[in-house]
Design a protein around this ligand. Structure first.
Ligand code: ZN
Length: 387
């Protein structure tokens, strides 16, 4: 696949599909990292099939290539990681176009903003990636109930909490605008299976969003089977426990042989850097071990979240229990922002982050004993379906 990818030329518009019927807007991006063409190829394949079979379609599918120039050169990026440039303050400030990635971001932003101006509810964003290590595909979300609903339909492991470790992703940017946003990692960059997994994720999402009825996707059960088999024997939900941040001067090298969701014991040696051996701090599953040169995340550590707790948290949020948090000792609203709480961790000591996660908050900053958490922006899916 690698040689065919290197010669393949991508354009920003991979295509769109819809036949004028009202319905959801599904925005898909493939290749926001230029060394991950599988998502863009999968979107081309899905569009080809749609255009050949011309099924009735509620709403519109909009498919975009991410870092077009980098995709066409087969590199991850030239100057900046295009998936770390979406901090709201940076986007609002409309920075000058100085690098290749500035130009890519401006173009994407214009197209996405125009599409969102035309349609403000019933929007779902699907961001397609691959990883340098091999292993099962998985979905990534900011933990809102609507995101959960779509991501769990993919039947691959679901990862919660990545937005607390990585800032400036396009997924978070669109989520914080109030839309459903799912990241999907299909497998290893060069594996042909990754393209198939991406296609499966797009078809399933189009059905779950209500754009297509199941009967119009002849391979739907095969697509579901593909993703279920790829993640067999793995827990269905994980949360991020640790991110091993790296920079070039660390000379970080992952030890060979690790895959996504590789189980590790406490203090297991997993990598080396200029200071010596790198060990994991607690038992769990290794997640996204880095086997490529460019990147700022050496590896992550995740642990299983029992489905029971997902049920409890959905129930508590529907009851509005999140509005009672500030009654607890050591917890108060941030005076400037009613969606943020400041917690004195000397007073509120036990399971603070766990409780906040259950109730739909994310860790924002920690300054000494003061932990600031913010309510995740809840997504809207049109009338009577807000969650
Ligand atoms: Zn990526």
């Amino acid at each position: 696949m690698q040689s065919s990818v290197a010669t393949k030329k991508f354009q920003r518009w991979l295509g769109s599909y819809g036949n004028g019927q009202k319905g959801p807007l599904v925005i898909c991006i493939g290749g926001i990292h230029g060394n991950e063409p599988a998502g863009a190829i999968a979107l081309q394949n899905v569009l080809r099939q749609l255009n050949e079979t011309k099924p009735a379609f509620a709403g519109r599918l909009l498919a975009l290539a991410g870092n077009v120039k980098a995709l066409n050169e087969g590199v991850r990026y030239f100057h900046h990681d295009l998936n770390r440039m979406w901090l709201p303050a940076r986007v609002r400030s409309q920075p000058k176009v100085e690098t290749a990635e500035d130009a890519e971001q401006q173009e994407l932003l214009t197209i996405i903003s125009d599409a969102l101006t035309q349609q403000q509810t019933g929007v779902i964003f699907l961001d397609l990636h691959t990883t340098s290590s091999s292993g099962a595909p998985f979905a990534l979300i900011s933990d809102t109930l609507l995101n959960r609903r779509f991501a769990l339909q993919l039947r691959t492991p679901l990862i919660l909490g990545l937005e607390e470790s990585i800032e400036g992703t396009i997924l978070n940017y669109i989520n914080d605008l109030g839309h459903a946003a799912i990241g999907f990692e299909a497998g290893q960059h060069e594996s042909p299976q990754s393209i198939k997994n991406h296609e499966a994720a797009v078809w399933i999402t189009l059905v779950e969003a209500g754009c297509l009825i199941p009967e119009q996707v002849p391979d739907l059960s095969a697509h579901r089977q593909t993703l279920m088999e790829a993640s067999r024997n793995l827990p269905s939900v994980f949360e991020i426990r640790y991110r091993h941040a790296i920079q070039a001067s660390d000379q970080f090298v992952m030890k060979a042989g690790f895959t996504n969701f590789y189980p590790v014991k406490k203090a297991a040696p997993v990598a080396a850097d200029c200071r010596g051996e790198v060990q994991v701090k607690e038992a769990g599953y290794l997640f996204m071990p880095l086997y490529q040169k460019l990147g700022e995340d050496g590896f992550f550590l995740v642990r299983e979240v029992k489905p029971f707790w997902l049920g409890v948290s959905a129930w508590l949020r529907r009851l509005g229990a999140d509005r009672l948090l500030h009654w607890l000792p050591g917890v108060a609203y941030l005076p400037t922002d009613k969606n943020s709480l400041v917690i004195n961790t000397r007073i509120a000591r036990w399971f603070v982050i766990e409780i906040c996660h259950l109730l739909g908050f994310r860790k924002h900053a920690q300054v000494g004993d003061q932990l600031i958490i913010s309510r995740r922006r809840q997504s809207s899916w049109g009338r009577n379906q807000d969650v």
